[in-house]
Design a protein around this ligand. Structure first.
Ligand code: MRU
Length: 343
């Protein structure tokens, strides 16, 4: 099997392939995808084979470089137009996580800056930029981990929602990075993972990666959060984010805002781990963040042996919700522990 070196997203520059750990097969199977076609890349993002805001951004950037290297175009204007069309196509795979657009914009910036060069030089620049974005994600998550660990010194148990760990980024993740950093410093934390209906990323992915890392993890159903907080079992909540508006309103996996409301009620600090690439200052508030609606089959069929809904029942399946900024204790970023006024 291809060696991913503990990474979720990888650029195999020798064979010019976007390599992904297929998250739809976890925890049962470790399947590595090797992609070179735009349709496969689009599907991988849309169908959540790669998911998590930082991971989809880096995957799209690598994907764009792979496609540029594969292109048969010899006419420069046509080659540039093809790269732009590929970027627009990949950007349309998912609407909420702003990292996807930031990463593709960074690639287009490199494309524009090198547009006067030869096609070969442009290809090399795009490859270098994709590798830089990949390395940057690793470094940013390590910094989030270091800053976050300073908040956890007297903490025993963290609750997290969905998966914002190593599987959601290139390597360390955002919300779980402080837990990994604390462990490296000799401070072992326990984690409660909400299962995160309907896609169960908390149960399938967070529990998987924490077990793999030797970190104590307890999976609870989403409707058990109040129970564990009321019992005093949770010291801190750490979650990731897909887009943070200028006022601090935060889009993250559906159910996050409910956890934040409960945390406020029970006096549990609620931190959002946010790489700067997730902050979208063009969104004034959460009302400006588009929320992805996904297929209802994820609610009624995807994780069941047989369809479990009556045939005529309707479904509503928003993938994200907005947590009001007033519920967020602080943002743990690569630049430190911040308030929205610091963005
Ligand atoms: O639909 P997903 O699985 O891509 O949603 C993931 C989340 O909501 C994560 O919490 C978020 O992307 C942050 S990942 C570091």
């Amino acid at each position: 099997m291809y060696a991913m070196h503990g990474e979720t997203v990888h650029f195999d520059t020798r064979r010019n392939r976007l390599m992904l750990l297929d998250q739809t097969r976890l925890p049962q199977e470790t399947v590595i995808l090797s992609l070179s076609k735009k349709e496969e890349m689009f599907q991988a993002i849309a169908q959540l084979q790669v998911r998590g805001a930082p991971a989809i951004g880096v995957a799209a950037a690598i994907g764009l470089a792979v496609l540029a290297n594969e292109s048969a175009e010899t006419d420069k204007a046509a080659f540039l137009a093809e790269c732009c069309a590929n970027a627009a196509y990949l950007a349309s795979a998912r609407p909420t996580a702003v990292n996807l657009f930031h990463a593709l914009d960074a690639m287009l910036e490199t494309l524009q800056a090198n547009a006067h060069e030869s096609i070969d030089t442009i290809r090399q620049s795009l490859t270098a930029r994709a590798l830089a974005l990949h390395a940057e994600d690793v470094a940013v998550c390590q910094k989030i981990g270091a800053h976050g660990a300073t908040l956890l010194e007297s903490c025993k148990t963290v609750l997290t929602h969905c998966n914002a760990g190593r599987l959601a980024a290139v390597k360390y993740g955002t919300a779980l990075a402080p837990v990994y950093a604390a462990k490296a410093q000799g401070h072992a934390l326990s984690v409660f993972a909400d299962e995160t209906r309907p896609l169960l990323q908390g149960a399938r992915l967070t529990a998987y990666e924490l077990c793999e890392a030797g970190i104590d993890v307890t999976v609870i159903c989403d409707n058990m959060v109040s129970f564990v907080m009321q019992k005093g079992l949770i010291d801190t909540v750490l979650v990731g984010c897909d887009r943070v508006a200028a006022n601090g309103d935060t889009a993250n996996k559906i159910g996050t805002s409910g956890v934040a409301i409960l945390a406020k009620h029970y006096g549990v600090p609620f931190y959002v781990c946010a790489p700067f690439s997730t902050i979208d200052k063009t969104a004034k508030s959460g009302a400006d963040i588009p929320i992805e609606l996904r297929d209802g089959s994820e609610i009624g069929e995807m994780w069941y042996r047989e369809p479990m809904l009556p045939a005529h029942a309707k479904t509503l399946n928003p993938a994200f919700d907005i947590t009001d900024h007033s519920l967020i204790t602080a943002f743990i970023t690569e630049k430190g522990i911040l308030q929205p006024s610091d963005f």
